[in-house]
Design a protein around this ligand. Structure first.
Ligand SMILES: [Zn+2]
Ligand SMILES: [Zn+2]
Length: 509
C-alpha cells in the first residue's frame, strides 16, 4: 500500500491547475467543503470505534469476531478516506485554494509563486483525516488489546500520544520521505531555476536516490524507534541460524509495538548496513522452530538478491518511463502538435498514473514471485538433509547453507506463516461469491498485491512435499523472469536512448 500512497500524494504535489469548487464557488466553499469532508471521515471512524468499544464491553467473548469486523471496516475506510481526500482536491476546490492562497511575491511586478513546500498543503486534508483517524481508533485498539476471556494479563498498551506517534513515524519514513524529496525538487525549481539547470545539481538529484536506498536502514533505526535485540535465547538462536546459513548483517533489531504487530523484515543492500527486524509480538508468539523459519524467509530475500533486484528494476523502469516521455515530446513537437492551454498543467498527471499502474501490475507480480522464493528458502532453512523425513528432534542435523528441503521443514514454515496470518488477521474467508465477498476479496487482494494471500502461499509450499520437481521448475521460472525483465528493460532503455539522444535523456533525469 505505501508505494501507491506515495504516488497519490506525489500527484497531489504536482503543479497542476486544480479546479475551482464544483459546488458553491469561491474560497469559502473550498475551505468549508474540505472541513466537512474531514469531519465526515472523523464521524465514520468514530462510529467504527464506538461499535468495537461497546460490543467488547458487553461481550468480551466476541473478540475474534469483532477484530475481524474491525479489520474489514478499517480497510474499507482506507479507500473511503482516499476518496474523500481526492474529492477535496478535485471537486471541492481545495487544491485550487492552496495554489491561490499559499503564495509569495515572485520575480517581476504583480507575479506570485507558490510558497516553498506549499504543495504539501494540497494533500493536507488526507493528513488531517489520518491524524484524526489514528486518534479515534486508539480507543478501539486499546479495547481489543485489553480484552481477554482467559489467559495472561496483556502487556500495557500505548498512551494515545504514543500510539499516534508510532503510526506517524512509520508514515513519515515509508510515505513522506519520497514525497518530501519530490517537493524539495519542485521548490528548488521554482526559487532557484538556474541552480536546477546545472549539471552538478542534476547529478546530485539522481545520486540522492541510491544513496538514500543504501543508507535507509541507518535512518530507520532512530525513525521507527528500533532497538538492538537484547542478548538472550532469541538472539542466540537467531545468530546460530544466521551462522549456519552463512548470512551476515549488522544487527538483529527489535521493534517495540506493544504487541500490535507480528512481523519481520529485512532492510539494506550490504551486510554492513543490513538489519533484520522483528516485532515484539512475533518473538513472543512464535515457537523457536517457527521463528527460525521466519528468519529463513528474510535471509532468503538477501540470498536471492531480491533487494538488489527491486532497486535495479525500479531504477530501470523509471528511467525507461522518462525516456518514453522525452520520445513522445519530441515526436509531438516534430509533428507540430501544440497542447491546448487547459491541458498545460494536467499533462504531469498521466505519467504518474501510468507509473503507479505499472508498479502495481509488474512490480506486484515480481514481488509475489520473490516472496514465494523467500518462502521456499524459509522452508529450506529449517529442513534436514532427508527428503523423506517424518519429524525433527534434538539430534537432527541441519545442512549448512539451507541445502536440504524436507516435509517437516515445509510444514514448520507453513505453520509459522499461518500463525502470523492469524495474529495479523490476514485470512480472507473463502466461500460463496456474493457481491460483498467479491468486494472483500478484491480489497484483500489489493492489500496482498506485494505478498499474495496466505492460503495461496501455504498451499504452494505444501504441494512441494509430494512434488519436489515443482520446486526446481519454480526456481527456474523465477530466474527466467528476473533476467527477462532486467534484460528487456535494459534493451528498451538502450533503444530509447539511441532514439532520443543520450544527452537529451540526461537533461530530464
Ligand atoms: Zn518477504
Ligand atoms: Zn526433515
Amino acid at each position: 500500500m505505501p508505494i501507491l500512497l506515495v504516488f497519490a500524494l506525489t500527484a497531489a504535489c504536482m503543479p497542476v491547475p486544480w479546479p475551482e469548487p464544483l459546488v458553491g464557488g469561491g474560497e469559502r466553499a473550498a475551505v468549508g467543503l474540505t472541513v466537512a469532508a474531514v469531519g465526515l471521515s472523523a464521524l465514520l471512524s468514530f462510529a467504527v470505534r464506538t461499535w468495537v468499544v461497546h460490543t467488547l464491553r458487553g461481550s468480551p467473548s466476541r473478540k475474534i469476531e469483532v477484530m475481524e469486523g474491525y479489520a474489514r471496516l478499517r480497510r474499507l475506510l482506507l479507500f473511503v478516506n482516499l476518496g474523500l481526500a481526492a474529492a477535496c482536491v478535485l471537486a471541492f476546490g481545495w487544491g485550487w485554494y492552496v495554489h491561490r492562497a499559499a503564495v509569495v511575491p515572485g520575480p517581476g511586478p504583480g507575479k506570485s509563486l507558490l510558497a516553498p513546500f506549499a504543495e504539501l498543503l494540497v494533500p493536507a486534508p488526507y493528513f488531517a483525516i489520518l491524524l484524526t483517524a489514528w486518534t479515534i481508533y486508539y480507543d478501539a485498539e486499546r479495547r481489543i488489546h485489553q480484552t481477554t476471556a482467559f489467559g495472561p494479563v496483556p502487556r500495557p498498551f500505548w498512551t494515545r500520544g504514543g500510539y499516534v506517534f508510532h503510526q506517524l513515524r512509520q508514515f513519515a519514513l515509508l510515505v513522506m520521505l519520497p514525497v518530501v524529496l519530490f517537493t524539495t525538487q519542485q521548490t528548488l525549481a521554482r526559487f532557484a531555476p538556474e541552480l536546477t539547470r546545472t549539471d552538478a545539481y542534476r547529478i546530485g538529484s539522481v545520486a540522492v536516490v541510491p544513496v538514500l536506498v543504501l543508507f535507509m536502514p541507518l535512518l530507520m533505526k532512530p525513525l521507527l524507534g528500533l532497538k538492538s535485540m537484547p542478548a538472550g535465547p532469541h538472539r542466540a538462536r537467531l545468530e546460530a541460524l544466521a551462522a549456519r546459513l552463512h548470512f551476515r548483517c549488522a544487527d538483529f533489531l527489535l521493534w517495540p509495538t506493544h504487541g500490535a504487530a507480528a512481523n519481520a523484515l529485512i532492510v539494506g543492500l550490504l551486510p554492513r548496513v543490513r538489519y533484520v527486524v522483528f516485532t515484539d509480538r512475533i518473538l513472543d508468539d512464535l515457537p523457536p522452530d517457527e521463528l527460525d523459519a521466519v528468519l529463513g524467509h528474510e535471509v532468503g530475500h538477501a540470498k536471492h538478491g531480491h533487494i538488489w533486484l527491486y532497486a535495479a528494476f525500479l531504477g530501470l523502469s523509471m528511467t525507461v518511463l522518462a525516456a518514453l516521455l522525452v520520445l513522445l515530446d519530441q515526436r509531438l513537437a516534430a509533428a507540430g502538435v501544440v497542447l491546448p492551454e487547459w491541458a498545460d498543467g494536467w499533462v504531469a498527471l498521466p505519467p504518474v498514473a501510468v507509473l503507479a499502474a505499472y508498479i502495481f501490475l509488474v512490480f506486484g507480480y515480481l514481488s509475489r514471485r520473490c516472496e514465494r522464493q523467500a518462502d521456499v528458502y524459509g522452508c529450506r532453512a529449517v529442513s534436514c538433509g532427508d527428503p523423506n523425513c517424518t519429524g525433527h528432534d534434538a539430534s537432527t542435523v541441519y545442512p549448512e547453507r539451507a541445502r536440504g528441503l524436507c516435509p517437516t521443514g515445509i510444514r514448520t514454515f507453513a505453520r509459522a506463516l499461518e500463525r502470523v496470518g492469524q495474529v495479523n488477521l490476514m485470512d480472507e474467508p473463502a466461500g460463496r461469491r456474493s457481491l460483498v465477498q467479491l468486494v472483500r476479496g478484491f480489497l484483500g487482494w489489493l492489500r496482498a498485491w506485494q505478498h499474495s494471500t496466505m492460503p495461496r502461499r501455504v498451499n504452494f509450499l505444501l504441494s512441494l512435499i509430494d512434488n519436489p520437481a515443482r520446486e526446481r521448475r519454480f526456481q527456474r521460472s523465477v530466474t527466467l523472469l528476473r533476467w527477462t525483465l532486467l534484460g528487456g528493460l535494459a534493451a528498451l532503455l538502450y533503444a530509447l536512448g539511441e532514439a532520443v539522444g543520450w544527452h537529451e535523456l540526461m537533461q530530464v533525469m
